[in-house]
Design a protein around this ligand. Structure first.
Ligand code: CO
Length: 204
């Protein structure tokens, strides 16, 4: 089964070795990524491909609607390892327009467990209700909610103990908020980068 995927895998591995014979041997020894990507699980938002990075260059955590919930053991384990062991210099929280998770958070339909997972997005919706309701249509409101959700997750990451401790010991670490547009493949920097504890005050 899945022979087409196995064939693609062989072709991919051969292609890597053809241009760089040491490629996999080098990776076997260690990974030294400079970046942690926290993104949506959506199949249209492939982390490495979007920023043109090879295996070994990007540490990746993806879940529905790119959340960084302060009680989620999966996310926290990734964050701690990235900050304390890999010592990444940049954490990128990357949302995307047209996010089904963000839309599902506020459409008042019941889906089960995922409604609980998406609860933090409903909180963002309530916090920015006035701004969102002033927008001309649902499309604009959901796109803005995607951005506001990224900014909230940037705040979650930047206020986390692991990140605060890294700054306290003088470690260089920047937390960025980006939004990816499936329509043209481009990321937009939301310009909410946090590089030290004092920067958090700049966030809305
Ligand atoms: Co999504």
């Amino acid at each position: 089964m899945l022979d087409h995927l196995k064939a693609k895998n062989r072709a991919w591995a051969e292609g890597k070795v053809a241009t760089d014979s040491d490629f996999f041997k080098r990776l076997e020894r260690q990974q030294t990524p400079e970046y942690l990507w926290i993104g949506c699980a959506d199949s249209r938002v492939p982390a490495n491909e979007i920023v043109g990075l090879d295996p070994g260059e990007l540490f990746v955590h993806r879940n529905v609607a790119n959340l960084a919930p302060p009680q989620d053991a999966n996310y926290l384990s990734v964050l701690q390892f990235a900050v304390e062991v890999l010592r990444v210099k940049h954490i990128l929280v990357v949302g995307h327009y047209g996010c089904g998770g963000v839309a599902a958070a506020v459409d008042n339909q019941r889906r089960g467990l995922v409604d609980h997972w998406l609860h933090p997005i409903r909180e963002v919706w309530h916090d920015y209700r006035q701004e969102l309701e002033a927008l001309p249509n649902e499309h604009a409101r959901l796109n803005r909610l995607c951005e506001l959700n990224v900014i909230r997750q940037v705040r979650n990451v930047a206020t986390d103990v692991f990140v605060q401790e890294a700054w306290a010991r003088g470690q260089e670490l920047h937390v960025h908020g980006w939004v990816y547009a499936i329509a043209d493949g481009l990321v937009q920097d939301l310009d909410v980068t946090i590089s030290q504890p004092e920067d958090i005050k700049r966030l809305r």
